[in-house]
Design a protein around this ligand. Structure first.
Ligand SMILES: *Cc1c(COP(=O)(O)O)cnc(C)c1O
Length: 219
């Protein structure tokens, strides 16, 4: 958490992101500003630019950055979440985007009853990114609903190498699952693949580097 972010620059970059979304045919696509590794100034800059939501990946970082702050945008947890960290982040998080197993859903229901969740799908079966198999999504969505969670949609992370086109089949499959399951939110697309995601029906993109620049190295 360092590097000072210029709010005007973030606003300008958000404008570019919104133009890219519009060029890809997106209407009403929400931008979650991914502020992981950046400080509170990035959160404030995103909010001032008009982002209604931020995305954070790391429980400890999120708690250190946001505890005690008021007037925050809606906080989305978008990283891998250990069950024993749910308690820590629950006072700050509005949407849990990475629910990929029943044990995690159960703990969220216990610590944040009725919380809004997305089920994370691993369309390319890359274990490093988390997410459940497409074949398991329906059952997990059902279990989340049974736990009383506000189960709004699905989230996926596209392949990080091979270029944006490699993400297309996975994005298409995830959007199809959103429709089949009667869900509304489809969280897919990042700085490098947002056009493909939007063209395939994303309703929410998660954007870090295109807003804030390259992240400083962690640790
Ligand atoms: C870091 C991250 C993003 C943002 O990635 P950029 O390429 O910087 O836009 C989006 N989603 C998840 C799950 C991430 O971890």
């Amino acid at each position: 958490m360092h590097a000072v972010i210029a709010a005007a620059e973030v606003a300008e970059r958000l404008h570019v992101v919104n133009s890219r979304i519009a060029s890809a045919g997106g209407v009403g696509v929400r931008v979650v500003a991914v502020t992981k590794t950046w400080g509170l100034d990035a959160v404030r800059a995103a909010a001032a630019a008009g982002c209604e939501a931020i995305g954070e990946n790391y429980a400890q970082e999120l708690v250190a950055k946001l505890t005690g702050e008021s007037d925050l945008p809606s906080v989305h947890f978008i990283g891998r979440l250990q069950t024993n960290k749910v308690r820590l982040v629950a006072p700050l998080v509005s949407v849990y985007e990475t629910v990929d197993r029943i044990s995690l859903a159960t703990e969220i229901a216990r610590r944040a009853p009725g919380a809004r969740v997305l089920v994370q799908v691993s369309a390319d079966r890359d274990p490093a990114k988390g997410g459940c198999a497409l074949g398991d999504v329906a059952a997990l969505v059902e279990q989340c609903r049974a736990l009383g969670l506000d189960t709004a949609g699905l989230m996926t992370v596209g392949p990080t190498d091979g270029g944006p086109e490699t993400a297309r089949p996975g994005f298409r499959a995830v959007r199809a699952a959103v429709d089949v399951l009667g869900l509304t939110v489809c969280s897919m697309g990042m700085s490098d693949d947002l056009e493909v995601a939007v063209a395939e029906g994303s309703t929410q993109v998660r954007i870090g580097s295109a807003l804030f620049g390259l992240r400083p190295p962690t640790s």
